[in-house]
Design a protein around this ligand. Structure first.
Ligand SMILES: Nc1ncnc2c1ncn2[C@@H]1O[C@H](COP(=O)(O)OP(=O)(O)OP(=O)(O)O)[C@@H](O)[C@H]1O
Ligand SMILES: Nc1nc2c(c(=O)[nH]1)N[C@H]1C(S)=C(S)[C@@H](COP(=O)(O)O)O[C@H]1N2
Length: 180
């Protein structure tokens, strides 16, 4: 068995025309970072990026981050049905495998809070040894969605050959079937 890297490289990408132009302060990226710092107890390096909406811009940034060795990328924003919302198309452009269960479960959890959660086309995909999870842009959606799916993320990273991460079981109990 190969030894897994111990420091996880995590990128958070905010997709927002207005946040990228500085018209409002990005609350989604910092929100995702503080959620991870509360939940993940193993070493990690987190970098944050802000990009405008758009298929090419988002896909290009995702390719760069995967090539740079990211283990996990959280993308927030641009998952809805409006013309500029093209994050799912960008993610599909870089995907090698889709994990549709992530989107199903995140929407299910969000629908308990807001009926318009059905408008989000959020999903998760794998490219190389990177897991990419997309989240809605509304900052309040981030914790709802990560709480809904994160128990499966450490084992997914194990399976794709990414870094090993541990979580605070009081927040999220990571489920690893082989050690359960
Ligand atoms: N990163 C963010 N930081 C703070 N607030 C946000 C962020 N993303 C979205 N929001 C808030 O949620 C609302 C709906 O999000 P949505 O992603 O649909 O925005 P949008 O209308 O596409 O605009 P933009 O792409 O310029 O952020 C926004 O109008 C904004 O109030
Ligand atoms: N938990 C949660 N999910 C949510 C929402 C929300 O407020 N909370 N907003 C919804 C709305 S109104 C839209 S349009 C979609 C897509 O948002 P995005 O384009 O910012 O990604 O996410 C949906 N999912």
């Amino acid at each position: 068995m190969t030894t897994q890297r111990q420091t996880a490289r995590i990128a958070i990408v905010t997709v927002s025309d207005r946040a990228s132009r500085g018209e409002y302060e990005d609350k989604g990226g910092p929100g995702a970072e503080s959620w991870l710092r509360d939940v993940v107890t193993s070493p990690m390096q987190i970098v944050r990026h802000i990009v405008p909406d758009g298929r090419e811009a988002v896909a290009a940034r995702l390719r760069e981050l995967v090539e740079g060795g990211a283990d996990l990328i959280l993308v927030t924003g641009g998952t809805g049905p409006a013309p500029r919302d093209q994050t799912p198309e960008a993610v599909a452009d870089v995907a090698e495998k889709e994990l549709p269960g992530f989107g199903e479960e995140m929407r299910r959890a969000s629908l308990a809070e807001v009926p318009t959660a059905i408008l989000s086309r959020q999903t998760a995909v794998i490219r190389d040894a990177t897991l990419i999870i997309t989240l809605p842009g509304k900052p309040a959606a981030i914790a709802t969605c990560l709480n809904a799916v994160f128990a499966a993320v450490p084992y997914c990273l194990d399976l794709i050959g990414a870094a090993r991460i541990e979580t605070d079981p009081a927040r999220i109990k990571a489920f690893r079937p082989k050690s359960a």
